[in-house]
Design a binder for this molecule. Structure first.
Ligand SMILES: Cc1ccc(OCc2nc(C(=O)N[C@H]3CCS(=O)(=O)C3)cs2)cc1
Length: 325
């Protein structure tokens, strides 16, 4: 009997100090398993007298239950401690500051292109795009630009070895569109263009341009003026504009458009009625159809709107500059 009670004491102490579920399982096997200590002790008692057997058996049962209870309690305690530890570890403090990730930004040139396209799409224009490499025909000839026109010569245009060239304006996109479509239509053609200019604070060999073209029956210069005025005032605000007579090979009459900006007249756009020869080159009858067109440089708009002094700032990816937009 004393041995049984001693085993219970020893077992309960060992179980209470078990700090892992594995250790607890070892102890269960050690004390209550088939080859455990309790079973071994009972077998070692060998022959017991008839009146002793039931007494010892009862004590052995209480020891077994006591040990099983303390195993269950310790298991419960260890499991809840495990869950508690997990909850602690996974606790998310939502009041902690977030991980700072710098926000991206729209480049000022793209910002102006997006804004301008929104205005024209809002007026019913379709956006048309095309290749930056063009043929002489689509970049010059179809635009009524004679063979000896200065715009064609080498100092202004990048020619490629195969005789093609890098487009000097997006007008070629509009010619190609007209070859495939019939009037009436309104298109706006944004894109990169190339001029073999001397590169300086206001000229870049590569720059961005947006041209618009509307062809329908009975379009007049008044329609053009209204469209240009509406666009410029949407972009720059309700400022005075003026049209100065000018000349382009692909429009007749032509005008350059000035905007009064901080008290000074700035040239911002060119426009005109599409020359009948251009309509003829795409097979439209100038007796039925008339068109108007305009074009502007996106860098120019950006430099005026954001008071940028050097065009190269738009291209050299200086974050100190770009972070201002
Ligand atoms: C079929 C077709 C017929 C006519 C067209 O006229 C597009 C036009 N562009 C201008 C013009 O002044 N453009 C310049 C502004 C600054 S810039 O980016 O250097 C080029 C006037 S009329 C276009 C396509």
């Amino acid at each position: 009997e004393d041995q049984l009670l001693a085993l219970r004491q020893e077992g309960e102490a060992a179980i209470a100090s078990a700090d892992t579920l594995e250790r607890l399982e070892e102890l269960r096997i050690n004390y209550l398993g088939k080859k455990g200590q309790l079973g071994a002790l009972l077998r070692s008692m060998g022959q017991m007298s008839a009146e002793e057997r039931p007494k010892i058996g009862a004590i052995a049962n209480t020891v077994k239950e006591a040990l099983q209870n303390s195993l269950d309690q310790q298991r419960a305690a260890l499991e809840s401690a495990q869950i508690q530890a997990q909850l602690e570890a996974e606790t998310l403090d939502v009041t902690m500051p977030g991980i700072y990730r710098p926000q991206g930004r729209i480049h000022p040139l793209n910002g102006i292109i997006d804004q301008a396209l929104d205005i024209f799409v809002g007026m019913g224009y379709t956006v048309a795009q095309g290749s930056e490499m063009e043929t002489d025909y689509y970049n010059f000839e179809a635009l009524n630009t004679p063979q000896d026109h200065p715009a064609r010569d080498m100092q202004d245009t990048f020619y490629l070895p195969d005789g093609n060239l890098l487009r000097t304006h997006t007008s070629s996109v509009q010619i190609r569109y007209m070859e495939k479509e019939e009037p009436p239509f309104r298109i706006v053609a944004p894109g990169r263009v190339y001029r073999r200019d001397d590169v300086d604070a206001t000229h870049s060999a590569v720059f961005h341009q947006i041209e618009l073209l509307a062809v329908d029956e009975g379009l007049t210069f008044t329609d053009l003026k209204g469209t240009v005025k509406m666009f410029l005032q949407a972009m720059f605000g309700d400022l005075p504009i003026r049209f100065r007579a000018s000349y382009f090979p692909f429009t007749e009459p032509s005008a350059e458009v000035d905007l009064q900006w901080n008290g000074r007249w700035l040239e911002v756009m060119g426009c005109g009625m599409v020359d009948p020869n251009v309509l003829k080159s795409v097979g439209y009858d100038p007796e039925i159809y008339s068109g108007f067109a305009a074009g502007f440089g996106v860098e120019r708009f950006a430099m005026v709107l954001h008071q940028i002094d050097d065009i190269r700032r738009l291209y050299n990816s200086d974050l100190r500059f770009l972070k201002q937009f």
